[in-house]
Ligand binder design. Structure first.
Ligand SMILES: Nc1ncnc2c1ncn2[C@@H]1O[C@H](COP(=O)(O)OP(=O)(O)O)[C@@H](O)[C@H]1O
Ligand SMILES: Nc1ccn([C@@H]2O[C@H](COP(=O)(O)O)[C@@H](O)[C@H]2O)c(=O)n1
Ligand SMILES: [Mg+2]
Length: 477
């Protein structure tokens, strides 16, 4: 048996003409909700730990009609990611081999019907990949309509698995494997033109047979099976590989996931709010250097509310029953009462309103950390609730950079008697360096953030970041 190693980059790429186009629609699975024991359930995908504590790969499904550009879009995503932790699985690999009789009448065979694929085998392979095992995937020969009996493509377990094919959204069991579904939407006439060219050049067909197969099987199956599955898509990409903007957005989304993945693997107490295109849209706005101050405040406040709500989901609660106006008993929960916020002055103060809006009457203390000279010595002023040792503390600072200020603030809280595991540090953006710095020192503290950025530059500023948050929020920049 000949194994063909799949390194996921390079060999899949096909050269394309590219123009900038638009992203048509988007929505991703909803954020996590509180589970029964008072902690938040981790988000789907990267943030979803298995029983053994490791995280499942992120599965992206890519569907669309024949010759819509699915394979091309996947190649471009993988090429742009330039990251070995992404692998591509083609549904084509799971075409059933034809019997002797079927081969003799191949022109009558419907390759576009769901039964043409061995979906059980596909599910088995995907299940193995998802559980961290490598798999041997068949190699399909379109010229002879059969699998190469001696060769397989070895696909290694990876952080991201892209599953591509005309009918990958058809079977619910296959759909359920996916964390993100993309539909490549290209006009039927363009697809037919491409198909004629591809099948005559690459798949050993002549124009007459392509047209006959198209009218008899491909088009009806598109109408019956492929088009109806478009409704399952989270993202629809018009014009396939020509749509630079959509592909960039998707690549950014995956990059964010990959960055988070490693840190969440290392530190189980780091929680990243599940990313949706709404959240990425808000980040796009507040990171834009040209945004106005009112808009910066508006979208920051929206994001902060999400982070605060996520953070509150990590607090313990007690069971509580109430009687509803229908006279029925509602078995609910009671919020944790012993709670306070502490903002790191000045930018942390921008998070206070969102906290107050979520927790009526909450006490909020302040910590000011002032760097003296460049020898790392720092002065700390603080005003904290007197009974802070008995409270859970939501520590507020929108950007976690080096982690130095955060560590000073956390040390102070611990000196004041707050147990480490009762501190939840809330921020909008974290640099990986800051996450390492805080989590190594305080492994029982929780960090809740909305995005993890690339890193710090030589001036210790978060990149891509958003500049001086306090100045931008309070309009002093
Ligand atoms: N944007 C594009 N412009 C021109 N040709 C394209 C474009 N996208 C794909 N093609 C060509 O069209 C054919 C079908 O594309 P492919 O990505 O294989 O589609 P699918 O996987 O959806 O069947 C291929 O020969 C490919 O090179
Ligand atoms: N032996 C085969 C197997 C499949 N086809 C056609 O391939 C199409 C799916 O591949 P795409 O890359 O176009 O998505 C499908 O429409 C089948 O008709 C074939 O012609 N011969
Ligand atoms: Mg293809």
């Amino acid at each position: 048996m000949e194994d063909v190693m799949d390194s996921a980059v390079g060999p899949h790429f096909s050269g394309l003409r590219l123009d900038s186009r638009r992203l048509s629609s988007s929505s991703l699975p909803s954020p996590p909700s509180a589970n029964g024991n008072g902690t938040a359930e981790a988000a789907k995908g990267f943030a979803s730990p298995k029983a053994d504590g490791t995280r499942q790969p992120f599965v992206i499904g890519v569907s669309g009609g024949t010759a819509s550009g699915k394979t091309t879009v996947c190649d471009m995503i993988i090429q742009q990611l330039h990251d070995h932790r992404v692998v591509l699985v083609n549904q084509d690999s799971f075409y059933r081999g034809l019997t002797e009789e079927e081969s003799e009448h191949v022109q009558d065979y419907n390759f576009d019907h769901p039964d043409a694929f061995d979906t059980e085998q596909l599910l088995e392979c995907m299940g193995k990949l998802k559980s961290g095992q490598s798999v041997n995937i068949p190699i399909y020969d379109f010229k002879n309509h059969r699998r190469c009996s001696e060769s397989f493509r070895k696909v290694n377990a990876s952080d991201v698995i892209i599953l591509e094919g005309i009918l990958v959204f058809h079977d619910q069991r296959v759909r359920d494997l996916m964390d993100m579904k993309i539909f490549v939407d290209t006009d039927a006439d363009i697809r037919l033109a491409r198909r004629i060219r591809r099948d005559t050049v690459e798949r050993g067909r002549d124009v007459t047979s392509v047209l006959e197969q198209y009218g008899r099987f491909v088009k009806p199956a598109f109408d019956d099976f492929v088009l109806p599955s478009k409704k399952y898509a989270d993202v629809i990409i018009p014009k396939g590989g020509d749509n630079h903007v959509a592909i960039d957005l998707i690549v950014q989304h995956i990059r964010t996931k990959l960055g988070q993945h490693d840190l969440c693997k290392i530190y189980p107490n780091v929680f990243v709010v599940h990313s949706t295109f709404q959240i990425r849209g808000m980040h796009t706005l507040i990171r834009d250097s040209n945004i106005t101050t009112p808009d910066f405040v508006f979208y920051s406040d929206r994001l902060i509310r999400l982070v605060v709500e996520h953070g509150l989901g990590h607090l313990p609660f007690t069971e509580k029953q109430v009687i509803t106006p229908t006279g029925s008993v509602y078995m609910g929960v009671d919020f944790c009462k012993k709670l306070c916020g502490v903002s790191i002055v000045r930018s942390g103060e921008s998070m206070e309103n969102a906290l107050r809006a979520c927790c009526k009457g909450i006490k909020i203390g302040k910590i000011l950390i002032h760097r003296v000279g460049d020898n790392g010595q720092q002065l700390i002023y603080h005003k904290l609730p007197l009974d802070i040792a008995e409270r859970h503390v939501l520590l507020l600072d929108p950007v976690l950079g080096t982690g130095n200020s955060a560590n000073q603030a956390i040390e102070l809280l611990i000196r004041k008697g707050v147990p480490e595991d009762r501190i939840i540090f809330l921020n909008l953006i974290s640099a990986p360096e800051g996450v390492h710095c805080v989590c190594k020192r305080f492994p029982r503290l929780k960090i809740v953030t909305s995005e993890i950025d690339g890193g710090l530059n030589e001036e210790y500023r978060v990149i891509p970041g958003l500049g001086e948050y306090g100045d931008r929020y309070f309009g002093t920049d």
